[in-house]
Ligand binder design. Structure first.
Ligand SMILES: [Zn+2]
Length: 543
């Protein structure tokens, strides 16, 4: 089983309430001074001699001598293994109402254990997914579970911290996860038809190996999602220090699929290309959101090449490691790209010798500025042969228009998704601005009234329903759908106003808050740009 760190064990022992758990199992507890008495599940008794101490979060039976922590309690009362108990407790900690195992009374334990023997090994844990799920649904469920693991355990977070990637927005945005080998507890028993079916699916997609071992066990897992959030590839980085000698980088079996951070390709004209996903995440946390990566040294795929072409990327900043391998591959890649995409302007980002983006960002402070400087100093790669000569050249009068600028207001607006917009086309008329995002229609009024760049106060209407072909909303007279809309005046720069708009709109339009939040993030970026343009064009007209 996955090695569970002592920190994690201590955390569960001290934070998951034994008393709540015992109550959740359906025991009657009686307060006695500071402690609680309960009928001992480990010996037959009529007067409760089992005491639970909430202060120490332990139990002790004065009848049979049984004692231990909340973990011991779960293992012994449910006859489950240590990792399984940890899994149950983590789930319970995350959602005590839902996950509390409902075991009625001591006597019923034995019968519940009988049930267990007849095949229900996975008490009370939410199943991974329906056993007849297709590969993509199963992959999505795995990504969700791994994501929860990362949020619920300390080891993954510690690793992120070590790599300078401890950034809640990053974890959420890329659905980062951690495999703790707990998948098996979310599956029907092995010998059942349902159990066999889902295990086969997991083997087919490569999450399970033939042996039934979790392919990414002990890895930080980075999913590669496409524009519709479908999982195309998984990258796993082994995080246990003991495994350093072993292979550290894992992918799903078979050829690589997908392009990392593809949604930004839509709006970006320039991109940073990293050698690894960890490096790309590094740029991202420091505000450079138009970043992608190849899958390791030899992992520049035809799919990535096609994406550069399809999305008409104009400038590519190759931020491969500055070591022998990285330089060689960067040079070869530049040559290939020059041939395949002659319009693409190529630049080499030069880290200090021997370093990659992640190491560099960990060493310099503030990393934003240093990364920015490296991008400014990136050298044109006119041909691969020039690379060696250029590698020592710094400050060669690079045109400032070549800069990859970190996203502005990154701290101010850190709760908003700052990735460059993917598909947020505005229709601008004299009186209003319209925008269709998925099934949401937005109408913006009053942008021109903002007299300074420090505010972005608008009258914002959101309506559910596609704009019909003739430009009317689906809910307009003549349409059959009921009108679900919300309108308010909101300064998009004010997170409180924004959040309140999101909450109310979510209720009135019966919509997911996340979607709305995402939309508002996109609109904010677009309107911000528009406002800046207007301001530059015509500074006096404002106000
Ligand atoms: Zn006892």
């Amino acid at each position: 089983m996955a090695r569970i760190s002592q920190d994690e064990i201590n955390r569960v022992k001290s934070t998951v309430s034994l008393l709540d758990w015992v109550r959740g199992q359906g025991y009657e507890v009686k307060k006695q001074g500071k402690d609680y008495a309960v009928l001992c599940p480990f010996h037959d008794e009529k007067t409760p001699l089992m005491m639970i101490s909430p202060a120490k979060n332990v139990y002790h039976c004065f009848g049979c001598g049984a004692k231990g922590s909340v973990i011991d309690w779960v293992m012994k009362t449910l006859s489950v293994s240590f990792p399984h108990a940890m899994e149950l407790l983590r789930e319970f900690a995350g959602n005590p109402k839902v996950a509390a195992p409902a075991h009625p009374a001591p006597a019923a334990y034995r019968s519940s254990m009988n049930i267990k023997r007849s095949g229900m090994t996975h008490l009370d844990l939410e199943p991974l997914c329906p056993s007849d799920a297709d590969g993509q649904s199963a992959l999505q469920s795995v990504v969700s579970l791994y994501h929860q693991n990362l949020l619920n355990t300390t080891e993954g977070m510690k690793y992120l911290e070590k790599r300078g990637l401890m950034h809640p927005e990053l974890v959420k945005h890329f659905k980062l996860g951690l495999s703790t080998k707990n998948l098996v507890y979310r599956l029907p028993a092995k010998h059942t038809i349902a159990g066999k079916q889902i295990r086969q699916t997991l083997r087919n997609i490569g999450v399970f190996r033939e042996s039934g071992y979790e392919h990414f066990a002990g890895c930080l897992v980075v999913p590669v999602l496409d524009e519709r959030s479908q999982v195309q590839e998984l990258y796993g980085r082994r995080i246990s220090p003991k495994s350093e000698k072993n292979q550290r980088h894992w992918y799903l079996p078979g050829a690589h699929r997908g392009v990392f951070n593809l949604p930004v390709f839509n709006a970006a004209s320039e991109l940073i290309l990293c050698e690894s996903l960890i490096d790309a995440l590094t740029f991202w946390v420091h505000g450079f959101r138009n970043v992608t990566a190849s899958f390791g040294t030899n992992g520049f795929t035809d799919e990535l090449l096609a994406a550069l072409k399809d999305y008409s990327i104009e400038k590519l900043f190759i931020a491969y490691d500055n070591d022998e391998g990285g330089n060689k591959i960067a040079a070869a890649l530049a040559e290939k790209l020059q041939e395949d995409l002659p319009q693409l302007q190529l630049y080499r980002v030069q880290f200090p010798e021997g370093m990659d983006a992640n190491e560099y960002a960990l060493k310099v402070k503030p990393a934003e500025q240093s990364l920015d400087r490296l991008l400014r100093q990136a050298q044109p790669m006119n041909s691969s042969t020039d690379l060696q000569q250029q590698s020592n050249v710094v400050e060669q009068g690079v045109d400032t228009s070549l800069l990859v600028v970190p996203t502005p207001h990154v701290n101010l607006q850190s709760d908003i998704d700052k990735k460059p917009v993917d598909d947020c086309p505005l229709t601008i008329t004299e009186t209003e601005i319209k925008c269709q995002l998925g099934n949401r229609s937005y109408r913006i009024r009053g942008l021109e009234k903002n007299t300074s760049l420090g505010q972005l106060k608008i009258n914002l209407l959101v309506q559910v329903g596609d704009m019909s072909k003739d430009g009317r909303y689906a809910g307009a007279p003549g349409g059959s759908a009921p009108v679900l809309l919300h309108v308010d005046t909101v300064d998009l720069y004010q997170s409180r106003q924004r959040n309140s708009f999101i909450q109310q709109a979510s209720v009135e339009c019966a919509m997911d808050e996340k979607k709305l939040k995402n939309d508002l993030g996109k609109l904010l970026l677009k309107l911000e740009r528009l406002q800046e343009e207007n301001h530059q064009k015509n500074p006096r007209k404002q106000g």
